[in-house]
Design a protein around this ligand. Sequence first.
Ligand code: HEC
Length: 156
Amino acid sequence: MTRSRAFLVLFLLAMLAAIGALVHAARPDAGPDHWEKAAVPPGATLAQLLPHADPKAGEQLFKRCAACHSIRENGPNLNGPNLYGVMGSQVGRNSARFAYTAALQAVSARWDAARMDAWLKGPRALVPGTSMVFPGVPSPTERADLIAYLLTQGGH
Ligand code: HEC
């Protein structure tokens, strides 16, 4: 290899490294892969996941829910009830004008993080007879992101 060719190869490698660094730096903090940076052990509990959960990622994931749920304040009921303020509200009572199933109304509890996690994992496993025909979100980290997002939408 001549010296100029070796120089060219080195130059190209340096360019590639620079482009790689730029692409990496341009990556937004929020997003589904924010979990790569969070030091959560495999099989982490909900309590371990929630401090790292990202409402922005949850907002993206909420697209899976938006066909049936509005979430803005005073938003309409669709196939499912409006979800503004659902975290902390009574199960099966968040929207005054929605025709909930008797099964969901019979759950006398509030939507805390643990209950919401179980619901999002498998609505029909938690409340047999519910009309929420949604298979559930299998990923624990995605459920944590969704809960973080719900908490930002009038929840407590
Ligand atoms: C195919 C439509 C559909 C999809 C998709 C859907 N839901 Fe629902 N959801 C419903 C229906 C219908 C109900 C009312 C269930 C009942 O009365 O048994 C409901 C109820 C709920 C409730 C209870 C509200 C209350 O007042 O207690 C929550 C919370 C909820 N959904 C969250 C979600 C989230 C978060 C997603 C997305 C991950 C989602 N749902 C996806 C239809 C859907």
